[in-house]
Design a protein around this ligand. Structure first.
Ligand code: UDP
Length: 484
């Protein structure tokens, strides 16, 4: 299938705004009412390549649901692709982060493969989009679709969730590869100003940092007894105490975690030892092998603790072909460690059959851990950081990309300037493990920082502002819309 709609149920906007002050909530409700009236009869389309796994899918599930709750005909479609297409788009992804990826070129052959796959989805999308609609294309995988919608009368927005702070030649070459496509977009959205490409006009550019949905199964409150029960049911902890593994779905219904993680390395965590955990797709830029080495050399010798590397089951994320290889690299690095360390490292491939069940397991892990780490070598934003901060769990993360916008060092988390500096990384984690009061204060600071800056209501407000701005630029009249 070249274009598949992801079913998203409307969710009440009241859920998105319940952490806002009354004044801010009133402001948002007023804007939503005005904008949704202006959008009447139009559709807001979001296009990406996967309905699950990764930050974009995580955000779209909430943003689309709340927009629908506000009365907007918001839709989310994923495009398909073959192995070669995803090899090329993963290469683009890596290079936009300044990394070589598979090392192959972004040449005419790559361009032909990229465009040939997109031609099918472009045709399908073009037949559905009407004048006056707003189409938001997410990330490089979908950038090539933008010109295919030119002349459709729709407002075309390309949103880039990734980038690098100091672009190297690889990143710049990749901008040039993508430029012909994104040049025809009416608006370009980046997650941070440092990620805006040189040569892109400021008037077409908007900065929208990502956000988390505090009411989603990933982030809602879990009772301590449910946390252990969820992790027991998922096979991550050996004992469950007295609780039931319950979580609340976005529909409001409760359910239980029943599926098991595939545990590699240690068969399960020790319930009595502090947990240091990284939750990420199996991606070299998340540096899981670096986490392993830093734990072995600079944390385990100083603080009694255990490491958990958690990620999705390897075949579950459609647009990421490198996951199995990266997992293999982790297991091989694990084999090289002394037995005493190996006994304290677990690698969990979390079940992805039910995305809300998976979210509940991640939620439990982020709450049960003493320290969450995100040792990325490059990062667009890093939702996992905000997710942990919201739960009051202290975070140690590399000071790269959008992580720097989230964490204020020593106030809402600890940053490591050089992501390859294992020693400082280990010292920061050890400090939090050894000083529970300090860890609590950092966790508290993290939660407040997310409350003020990175919750979904702020994102919705920016989305609605953009819709208003786009509609204000229209140069065709209502008759065109009516005839569409
Ligand atoms: N995630 C998940 N299950 C997993 C691993 C990751 O739900 O097994 C989620 C994670 O909680 C976060 C998203 O995937 O919501 C990753 O987003 P982030 O921005 O951190 O990184 P990306 O994968 O987009 O590079």
């Amino acid at each position: 299938m070249s274009l598949t709609e992801v079913p998203v149920k409307a969710r009440p906007i009241a859920h998105a705004i319940d952490e806002l002050s009354p004044t801010s909530a009133d402001e948002l409700i007023a804007r939503i009412a005005a904008t949704s009236e202006a959008l009447e009869g139009r559709t807001v389309w979001h296009i990406n390549t996967t309905a699950q796994g990764g930050g974009v899918a995580e955000m779209l599930a909430s943003l689309v649901a709340y927009a629908r709750g506000a009365g907007i005909d918001a839709r989310w479609c994923v495009i398909g692709g073959d192995q070669e297409f995803f090899a090329v788009t993963k290469r683009i992804h890596n290079r936009l982060h300044g990394a070589p990826g598979d090392g192959d070129a972004l040449d005419e052959r790559a361009r032909r493969s990229y465009e040939a796959t997109l031609a099918f989805s472009g045709k399908a999308l073009r037949s559905r989009v009407r004048p006056g609609d707003i189409v938001i294309f997410h990330d490089p995988q979908t950038a090539g679709l933008v010109p295919m919608l030119e002349g459709s009368g729709a407002h075309l927005v390309w949103r880039c969730h990734i980038g690098v702070d100091d672009a190297n030649e690889l990143a710049k070459e990749t901008w040039d590869f993508l430029r012909p496509y994104v040049d025809v977009a009416h608006e370009l959205i980046f997650s941070r100003v440092q990620h805006v490409w040189s040569g892109i006009e400021a008037e077409r550019t908007r900065i929208v940092p990502p956000a988390i949905d505090h009411r989603s199964p990933k982030n809602h409150l879990l009772w301590p007894e449910s946390i252990d029960a969820i992790l027991h049911s998922a096979g991550v902890l050996p004992s469950n105490g007295d609780g039931r593994p319950v979580f609340t779905r976005t529909t409001g219904e409760t359910d239980e975690v029943v599926r098991k993680a595939v545990m590699l390395g240690a068969p399960h965590l020790d319930p009595d030892l502090p947990i240091v955990c990284q939750v990420s797709r199996w991606d070299r830029l998340k540096d899981p092998v670096g986490v392993l080495k830093a734990f072995a050399e600079h944390i385990f010798p100083w603080q009694p603790s255990q490491l958990l590397l958690a990620g999705p089951s390897v075949t579950s994320v459609a647009d990421d072909p490198e996951q199995a290889d990266v997992l293999g690299e982790i297991l091989s690095a694990l084999q090289d460690l002394p037995q005493a360390v190996r006994n304290h490292v677990a690698v969990a491939c979390l079940p992805m059959d039910d995305i809300e069940e998976n979210a509940a397991i991640v939620n439990a892990l982020q709450r049960r851990s003493q320290v969450i780490v995100q040792k990325s070598l490059a990062e667009g934003f890093g939702l996992t950081v905000a997710e942990a901060m919201w739960k009051g769990t202290p975070v140690v993360a590399s000071g790269v990309g959008g992580i720097q916008d989230q964490i204020v060092h020593f106030s809402s988390g600890l940053l490591v300037d050089d992501p390859t500096d294992h020693k400082t990384f280990g010292e920061h984690v050890s400090l939090l493990l050894g000083e529970p009061e300090f860890a609590f204060a950092i966790g508290d600071g993290g939660r407040e920082r997310v409350r003020e800056n990175f919750l979904v209501a702020r994102h919705l407000l920016q989305d609605f502002q953009m819709y208003d701005d786009l509609l204000a630029t229209e140069d065709f009249d209502d008759e065109v819309l009516a005839s569409a």
